[in-house]
Design a binder for this molecule. Structure first.
Ligand SMILES: [Zn+2]
Length: 379
């Protein structure tokens, strides 16, 4: 499994047939061009100076085992490694009526586990820590998928949940999944809850201060027979966390030792006011536009067939192209634009990827002066 991934990550793309096709088209239009100009243009056609691929790295044995576990939880997950990444991160991409989970992490287990590992060390062995970290990331995707594919066929967006609730949900999914795999004798939940409490106290990281929410919400999850149970637990934990936050805001009408079910129901009520529900995933895809990339505009510098090469237009700041591509899993490489200079570019292959980029909130200025974007208030 892993070798296949490695192969896919390291093999460069075949020479693009569209470059050849474009050259052929240019060769066929001498009617209006003088031949010297034509020759000049043919040379100016940009080409890939390096292979375009998603960032790769060589995972250590723990990360390999973790990636295998992630694929057990979600057979279509795309795991890739990012040298500069501390911690781990996941992004889910809506495509073809479904959802594709992409997890990016450091190839090195101790880096991938920062900062949680510091507090998990001594409580869980490294392999179990990595499994939890990967399952946590897959949990983010599963939560999103559960709302995009509601039992009645409609679609809602889990990103409406406050970030803390999403983190707590991913923790709950990660705990149940790891326990199901390793057996309840491995103290996953105790270790994770304590580590979250210590890490949030130490780093004042409010978004990951999930410890006591997860600890209480797990009472809502007595069963852990299957992945479905873990997903249900993630959903319940997200609502529970919202209910807890709402209870605090209201001056704690429910005392701290209230039944978790009451807090959960408060969360359901609270979210019902906020969460927009779409007819189905198709309507969601057509209308939803996230804000992740709304600060960023991209310039299309070349188009070859279905592929667009774009760079982040960031003004005087450092070129953010590579960092953004890295983060969202787009292919990057060097594009030679005029025979002398190479620029780092993202390659957007086909309408599906373009749609995803726009769904993230990006604006793309095309070569012919169009401005592509999605969502209200822009076009
Ligand atoms: Zn997370």
């Amino acid at each position: 499994m892993f070798e296949k991934l490695q192969q896919a990550l390291s093999s460069g793309p075949a020479p693009s047939p569209s470059v050849v096709a474009l050259a052929a088209v240019l060769a066929l239009v001498p009617v209006v061009c003088n031949s010297q100009l034509l020759a000049g243009r043919a040379v100016a056609v940009s080409h890939e100076a390096t292979p375009f691929s998603v960032p790769a790295g060589s995972p250590d044995e723990f990360m390999q085992a973790g990636a295998d576990f992630a694929r057990e939880l979600d057979p279509t997950v795309e795991v890739s490694y990012w040298q500069e990444q501390a911690g781990s991160l996941s992004v889910s991409r809506v495509q073809k009526g479904g959802i594709r989970c992409m997890v990016r992490l450091s190839p090195d287990a101790s880096t991938a586990l920062q900062p949680l590992g510091r507090f998990l060390n001594g409580r869980l062995d490294l392999k179990a820590q990595v499994m939890f970290a990967l399952a946590h990331e897959v949990g983010h995707c599963k939560l999103r998928e559960a709302f995009l594919k509601l039992p009645d066929g409609r679609a809602a967006d889990a990103s409406t949940f406050p970030w803390l609730a999403q983190e707590a949900a991913a923790d709950a999914y990660g705990i149940l999944s790891t326990e199901r795999k390793l057996g309840a004798s491995v103290p996953v939940r105790q270790a994770v809850v304590i580590s979250r409490m210590l890490a949030s106290a130490m780093y004042r990281d409010a978004n990951h201060a999930t410890g006591h929410y997860v600890s209480d919400a797990l009472a809502l999850c007595p069963l852990d027979r299957s992945d479905d149970d873990a997903v249900q637990c993630a959903v319940a934990t997200a609502y529970f966390t919202v209910g807890s936050l709402a209870n605090d805001e209201l001056g704690s009408p429910y005392p701290v030792d209230s039944a978790p079910q009451l807090i959960y129901e408060l969360g359901v009520k609270k979210m019902a006011d906020h969460m927009r529900v779409y007819r189905d995933i198709g309507q969601y895809s057509a209308q939803f536009s996230g804000a992740d990339l709304s600060r960023f505009a991209f310039n299309e510098i070349s188009r070859q067939g279905e592929s667009r090469y774009i760079t982040a237009a960031t003004g005087q700041q450092t070129d953010a192209t590579y960092r953004l591509a890295d983060y969202y899993g787009f292919k990057t490489g060097e594009l030679a634009t005029d025979g002398r200079r190479s620029v780092t570019a993202l390659r957007i292959d086909g309408p599906g990827e373009l749609d995803w980029l726009l769904t993230l909130g990006a604006v793309v200025r095309t070569e012919d002066g169009q401005s592509l974007s999605k969502g209200a208030g822009r076009n």
